[in-house]
Design a protein around this ligand. Sequence first.
Ligand code: SF4
Length: 614
Amino acid sequence: MGLQKEKIEIKSECKDKVRCTVEEFINDATKNIVPYVENAAKSGVRGEALNRVVNAAIKLIEDNAKKMVVNDEDVKKYGTVAMRHVYEEFKDSPAVVEDLRKGVFNKWKTIEVTQVINAALKPELEPYVKKLADVLIDAYRRGGLKEAAKAAEAYFRKVRYGKRRLVDYLFTEAPDSLQHESRAMQKFSRTALATCPGADVCAAQCYALHGNYVQLQVKRSLAIRDLFVSNLRIELLKRLNFDYARAAALLGAAFAGGVKAAGFGRMVRLHDSGDFNDIIYLAGWLTAAKLLPDKTFYTYTKTFPNVPGMPPVWQKAVEYYRELFNEPPPGNFTVNISATATNYKYLPGAAEALTGLGISVPGVFFYASANMDKYYEGRPERWRELAAALLEAAGKTTGRKLILEFEHGLGTGRSAKSSHHIVKLINVLTDYAEKSGTPLRISVPNTAYKAPSFKNEEEKKHMLTRLLTLPPERRDEALYDVEKMNVLNEIASELARKYGGETAQEGVWTKSFAAEGEKKVKVTLKRPVSVFTVPGIGEPVEVFVEPGGEKTCSLCQRCVVAPHSPLKNVTKITRDAFKGAGLTMMKELTAMAEAPQPAKTKKRQRRRKKAVAA
Ligand code: SF4
């Protein structure tokens, strides 16, 4: 194909239409656009010429997507498993239905764009996949799984893909905002939505479809990871006569080798975008955790095992793992339950199912969408249902943690709305906890930072100059997100008014921000945390408010996510706790909270016993 100069003409039926249905959009991409790219790549078009084809095909898909009309029937037919359930439960809410439609739109646009990139990459990646499969199987025959992981590490250490090592595309460094120091954490992300059977309304505003993620380079990197892994999976299956457990084990050996060759610190963060949608893939990561006991793997999931129609990814992966090692899943593989305003009904069951499989689940992570008040419009009882489900689910996790995160990264207006929803949710949560006798320990940070990712060079220069003009002890203030801090203060004041007894700990991270070749600016980010206790019976559920942005972070104070506390310095401090309430009243409230309440307590205990017996 001589595609260097001439115009690229890709056949497309949607292109000539004013509107096209989801079905037409999918068919058009599958029948016309993707095969065009596939043929170009197969016939040896490479480099700039192939990039031109890919760009033209992506543009065509994006233009066609603008014409795609998604209706309710499409949500039922083309939505994810979770979207279909949410539709049935929330079809009385126009805001939910609208976001589900957007979610279907995003899902199919993402899938088709990914198919285009995959079609271009496949021939290029094929030799690497085959070679690694050879290496893994030879080493496995020679000396078992550990030998296979070692061989994979050696392979990844030396093999180059273009200008960089192949492993540098697959296992990259986690973003600065997630790490307390550089190279402490690596990540393995996947294409959002295309890999998320549990995506619901989150698909409408998924952070992985915004910001950095829209760049072709980022989409390409995600596609390389997904494609490499899915092709290696198929190659191993074929060579092992479809012995699923063995294929998972060797995929795990490849992951372990890759993680080691990448050479980052102890934390391995899976899926800052994407989810588990495949059994062998998940069993592969469980195996990698087994092979690398000194690393901590942590991730999130909405692929809940208890949702009807959900692929049995967790159940089967654990089955394979047990078949391979005759033991429960490794404790250094941890997964948080990812909660939304519309999947709450499944949370307690999900916590029960995952922990029942022997998976370590530190907690439940709730991301408050800016739209959640609209989702619940006319149905205020949903707030209470949400609060009950979050607490019940968190109580069933192995870590008994609940994290409430502000929406961030999609604009300050949305973030502000979301933070006010958290204020309301905490009120409902504490009210529910009091009435049900569930004890809580709520940590509210006093600071919130913007994530210092600069939009352009000018912004970066401006911020760095500003930081440089300040004395070192005041530099973090330049990064404060004042609006979020006001909301945090509102939450803390209200909790102090109700429960008092506030102490705080201070987490400190020191980070350097600098442009290449420019002077480095050291900033010490501090995170004092106010802690409030809601009395009740038994072990408390730990609730953390996480404002998003630069994570200093309150979560690590008690190692919610994983035991990787980055605290360099922990100092107990006490500050004036009684904002918003007179001291006498606070004393009374504290006394009430601390006083033994035999009659009520016994009644509750009896009720609880009955409930447990039932
Ligand atoms: S599950 Fe996560 S990655 Fe997937 S669509 Fe939802 S928010 Fe995005």
